[in-house]
Ligand binder design. Structure first.
Ligand code: ADP
Ligand code: MG
Ligand code: MG
Length: 252
């Protein structure tokens, strides 16, 4: 069956359990949003799904279209179509943005199926134009000296070029002004189709005015504690998280 399934996922960092039995099913074509207070493990979830070595999985399973994701190395996950736009993209000195993009595309396509340089440049330039990015960003070192908003736009450029099967966006809206947010959202919306799934992590309901989720989940203390539709995000915007903490008897 074509879907992304996280079942009972537990993960820790430096011996501290952060994900405490996380469950989620995303069918093909669906957009799920995860909201939650700071420090509840949202970025840990994203990094764990991508196979970041800092996080140790201690229980549970993750499957993409029936394939065991946790069993895959990081590059295999990328090849299987997992994509993460990070909350804090890293800077890599000495590697230009276009070199990085081209190797990422070729890693996804696999050996013997590399994209031609001409085709790559045409695609990259086209997508950069869509994102209203200055062409010089192709030749700059990856994320080095990019502003917060430029880094986020660059993450979306990677997403557009890699055509992932499952897109995870971790606070793509933070640091974006309203025009950049609209451009980023248009990029995401253009990628929506029946074969692709999205997991959108956000702190603010604002993003969800631009990218309409099918489901909204609230994450607290390492797991999903409430699920609903877009109306749940609106309630969080108006009332914050205290009502959920009260219902759950969480004191902090
Ligand atoms: P969120 O994205 O929801 O704000 P994070 O996943 O970033 O939450 O963090 C979840 C918890 O994990 C926090 O308590 C944070 O302090 C802890 N944490 C994150 N990274 C590390 C680290 N490198 N070492 C120790 N604790 C960490
Ligand atoms: Mg945070
Ligand atoms: Mg985070």
């Amino acid at each position: 069956s074509l879907k992304f399934v996280i079942d009972g996922l537990k993960a820790e960092i430096e011996g501290k359990e952060i994900l405490k039995g996380f469950n989620l099913e995303i069918n093909n074509g669906e957009i799920h949003a995860i909201m939650g207070p700071n420090g509840t493990g949202k970025s840990t979830l994203a990094s764990t799904l991508m196979g970041h070595p800092k996080y140790e999985v201690t229980a549970g399973s993750v499957t993409l279209d029936g394939e065991d994701v946790l069993d895959m190395a990081v590059d295999e996950r990328a090849r299987a179509g997992l994509f993460l736009a990070m909350q804090y993209p890293s800077e890599i000195a000495g590697v230009t943005n276009s070199d990085f993009l081209r190797s990422a595309i070729n890693a996804r396509r696999g050996e013997g199926n590399e994209i031609s340089l001409i085709k790559f440049i045409r695609q990259m330039e086209g997508k950069m134009k869509e994102l209203e990015m200055n062409p010089e960003f192709a030749h700059r070192y990856l994320n080095e000296g990019f502003s917060g908003g430029e880094k986020k736009r660059n993450e979306i450029l990677q997403m557009l070029l890699l055509e992932p099967r499952l897109v995870i966006l971790d606070e793509i809206d933070s640091g974006l002004d309203i025009d950049a947010l609209r451009i980023v959202a248009e990029g995401v919306n253009a990628m929506r189709n029946e074969d692709r799934s999205f997991l959108i992590i956000t702190h603010y309901q604002r993003l969800l005015n631009y990218i309409k989720p099918d489901f909204v989940h609230v994450m607290m203390q390492g797991r999903i504690v409430r699920s609903g539709g877009p109306e749940l995000a609106e309630r969080l915007e108006n009332e914050g998280y205290d009502w959920i903490k009260e219902e759950l008897g969480i004191v902090d």
